[in-house]
Design a protein. Structure first.
Length: 253
């Protein structure tokens, strides 16, 4: 991967990667930043890809939502939400990252390299989101959407379950006449290569329903939703209400 290029911000030869993702960068410093894992940035005192990951997550959600809205006109909100969750989950993003061979271009410190960071699903998923953001900043939403189309394939299938805790919680609250719950990341602990997020889920009135932790924000939110489901399920049982069924549900407690 060593080589030189006279385009703006070039620090590594990303020609093959650009071909794989279908976008040639005007400013390849953005792509280089997307490949910079926090462990490498900490060691080399440079910027990491976490801000790009944050932006890419938002761009991904908008683009996937737009496609699903037009592609499946008969699906209801809850069904669209579940399908989107399956498409943007960690496993599906990591699978897309492997197809683009992102792991080969990752900038990791030696410790992360030794523990298999280039094949770590969480790192690959984060990097996929960062690359989406890099394309968005380099060329705009339409080009980012084209990359997302290549990553998502036909939007018909995904490697994740089509029913997740967040969707189940949303459906349960809506059945009670309540609004969609919101999620907050309230803590982030651990070194850059082993982050742990804490999330909480809130009712529309601000009442906290549950908290959860995970190595990615999405997982922390899922864990919080699962805790809320357990709590509401216990309360519902006392009042004769059932929680909606979930595939592959984990035991509460």
């Amino acid at each position: 991967m060593n080589g030189s290029d006279d385009r703006k911000g070039k620090t590594m030869n990303y020609r093959a990667l650009e071909q794989a993702i279908g976008h040639e960068f005007a400013d390849t410093a953005l792509l280089d930043l997307a490949m910079t894992h926090p462990s490498y940035a900490l060691q080399h005192k440079c910027r990491d890809n976490q801000r790009l990951e944050f932006l890419g997550d938002a761009v991904l959600e908008v683009c996937v939502s737009r496609v699903l809205y037009h592609k499946f006109p008969k699906l209801k909100e809850g069904q669209l939400t579940r399908r989107r969750a399956a498409l943007v989950c960690e496993a599906n993003l990591a699978q897309a990252a492997r197809r683009f061979n992102l792991g080969a271009y990752l900038k990791l410190d030696r410790g992360e390299e030794l523990v298999g960071g280039r094949e770590n699903p969480s790192i690959l998923a984060d990097t996929m989101e960062a690359v989406i953001a890099a394309v968005y900043l380099d060329a705009g939403m339409d080009e980012a959407a084209r990359l997302i189309d290549r990553a998502m394939g036909d939007y018909e299938s995904a490697v994740c379950s089509d029913r997740d805790a967040k969707s189940a919680l949303q459906e349960y609250l809506q059945a009670l006449g309540e609004e969609t719950p919101s999620y907050e990341i309230i803590a982030q602990d651990g070194p850059p290569h082993a982050r742990m997020f804490t999330a909480r889920v809130l009712r529309a009135d601000g009442t906290e329903l549950g908290r959860g932790q995970g190595p990615r924000k999405q997982r922390a939110e899922e864990a919080a939703a699962q805790m809320a489901i357990c709590a509401l399920g216990q309360a519902g049982a006392e009042h004769g209400r059932d929680m909606p069924e979930r595939k592959e549900s984990r035991p509460c407690g």
